[in-house]
Write a protein that binds this ligand. Sequence first.
Ligand code: ATP
Ligand code: RIB
Length: 397
Amino acid sequence: MFLEERQKAILAYLDKHERCSVQYFSEIFKVSKETIRKDLSTLAKQLLVIRCHGGAMIKRHRLVSNVTDKECITSLMTRYEKQKFKKLGDRMNGNVCILGSFNVDIVAQVARFPKGGESILAQKSMIGPGGKGANQALAASHADAKVHFVAKVGTDQFSQFAHDHLSSSKINSFTLYQSDKEPTGNAVIYVSEENGENMIAIYPGANLTITNKEIVMLESYLKQSDILLVQLENNIDAVLNAMKLAKAMGVKVVLNPAPYSKDIQQLLSYIDIVTPNETEASLMSGVEVNDFDSAKLAAEKIYSLGIQTVIITLGSKGSLVYDGKHHQHIKPFLAVPVDTTGAGDAFNGAFCASLAKGETLYQAAIYASAFASLAVEREGASNMPSHQNVLKRMANI
Ligand code: ATP
Ligand code: RIB
């Protein structure tokens, strides 16, 4: 077998089995261990595998600058619809695919929010990873799901920052596309020390440039996924096509409609579960949501748009789950909030992880509530608690 062919075969094997020994490949390909070691070193230099004692592991973390032509989204969907390909919804395996944003968060901690025209001194400032997509992917991986995350960044220095952050996280695999036209997204955030509340201005940049070809590439990950989780920080056509593809493949679709956009109308028929916060629920339903009763009304209105399950998050008041029959109030877990930025992201990621692992809607919402209550006690939107600590908090009530 030629060198190139052998290396392709090694990658294909590792893609499936994640890890393998030098000895194994040397026996399979009938070449010396030294030859295999050289192969693995070449692949490691290309950042495709990680060498480990006696062998290698696949590196599923890829920074991709160009996608070659592939089947178009419509023909792909038709193929799945014709095949009547359906995943077994009752056999959830804990796999969550997340398409979403990556932003660099520039955070100023202030005693109170400044008024228009006023300059104030910040008590603290930090630059860290963020973006609703990346935060939700991190939350889902901390909640012990197997996560594949897809996002798009620029070619600036922040793309490496994104890559380093995701590579060192618990996220199982990710694909980071790069735009040479738009910079990596960023968010300027004020966090008030008064109550941990925040104000955010987002510049989405490369997050708005996801192409159809890049969505087509989701197919292989969706095949293995129980749930697709999306938000509204990417271009709407990309979100729509990802949802359509997931639906055609029988994958459950969860939309966190944040930040709210009128474009959501186009997405309605592809949503299984929608998770607005109070503001987004008000805008979706036309009912001003500020307590559990108004949330009930809003959830009914949103349900009547054709969405089977509505979960409205109500900040420190907990959340409401509505499935067309029952309104269930998920009580908040007691927390001492330090920074509520990303509370919704923590909730969404943890909820999808729990649902994908086979929990009921109600149980998954309780788990997400406990998870988010721990997240608001930590500084930074991407600072997620561990699964063990969530279980402890749930056991303490
Ligand atoms: P953000 O936009 O800041 O990411 P959000 O508005 O999308 O947040 P929220 O509704 O504020 O999301 O919060 C999501 C969930 O987090 C709530 O449903 C609740 O379970 C939990 N949570 C938020 N704030 C608190 C708090 N102060 N105490 C306990 N739990 C909280
Ligand atoms: O939900 C919090 C996130 O919203 C921040 O990380 C910021 O990047 C914005 O996307």
